[in-house]
Design a protein around this ligand. Structure first.
Ligand code: PGA
Length: 254
């Protein structure tokens, strides 16, 4: 079944990279990738670099790290779906830092997912449990609540356009990765949760994120329901990021 899903390796730059730094990075990455087709590659630069990097991106798809749920109005500092749609078609929604640092609720994130789809943007809906939730055995319940809330009120055919990213909060930026077994268990559960909410759960990409690096990516990506990676720290340098892309394009027994 996995063979129907082409792996996606995505880099989330967070609040890193000026325009000139981003351009240098992307030029170097593009020249390394030339001819590579085994995995799709995406980068999420800060808003300031998103537009200028379009002229450099050839094989790499660019996306936004966030957007607001309203279309326009008095929302200082925010960016809307129609503004993004002029320059990209991909957007992260509900990254753990949006949920935890900026206190974005499941309800707000659901409104963002709906708005993104309304304007033809592909949302990458991020979900993940905290360490407390994992240790108290509440992982599946929390992930289920996030998936259910995120897709609430969305028709199956429209919901089919989403990508899901599973990022355990305790593994983000901590150097602590979920084991491939832990990650696979949650990915399979998410695919199960998508049944009845999307048209075809087998066609949905589910990415893993949280301290992904070249040393652990091959094992993670070999698991049947892990369709790619959302990479933070290791996406800030060309060498480790391209090594992760390389690992995703190796023949896969799963
Ligand atoms: P990390 O971040 O790879 O630095 O853990 C992942 C993410 O937050 O998307």
């Amino acid at each position: 079944m996995k063979s129907i899903r082409k792996p996606l390796i995505a880099g989330n730059w967070k609040m890193h990279m000026t325009v000139s730094e981003g351009r240098d990075f992307l030029e170097a990455l593009e020249s390394k990738l030339s001819g590579q087709t085994g995995a799709d590659v995406a980068l999420f630069p800060p808003f300031t670099a998103l537009y200028p990097l379009r002229t450099v991106a050839r094989t790499v798809r660019l996306g936004a790290q966030n957007m607001y749920a309203e279309v326009k109005g008095a929302f200082t500092g925010e960016i809307s779906a129609p503004m993004l749609k002029e320059i990209t078609d991909l957007v992260l929604i509900g990254h753990s830092e949006r949920r935890h640092v900026f206190k974005e609720s499941d309800d707000l994130l659901n409104r963002k997912v709906k708005r993104a789809l309304e304007f033809g943007l592909q949302p990458v809906l991020c979900v993940g449990e905290t360490l407390d939730e994992r240790e108290s055995g509440a992982t599946m319940e929390r992930i289920g609540a996030q998936v259910t809330a995120g897709l609430n009120g969305i028709e199956k055919a429209a919901a089919q356009k989403i990508i899901v990213a599973y990022e355990p909060v305790w593994a983000i930026g901590t150097g602590r990765t979920a084991t491939p077994e832990q990650a696979q268990e949650v990915h399979a559960a998410i695919r199960g949760m998508l049944a009845g909410r999307v048209a075809d759960p087998q066609g949905i990409l589910i990415l893993y994120g949280g301290s992904v690096k070249p040393e652990n990516s091959a094992d993670l990506l070999s698991r049947p329901d892990i369709d790619g990676a959302l990479v933070g720290g290791a996406s800030l340098r060309v060498e480790p990021f391209s090594a992760i892309i390389h690992n995703a394009t190796q023949p896969n027994p799963a």
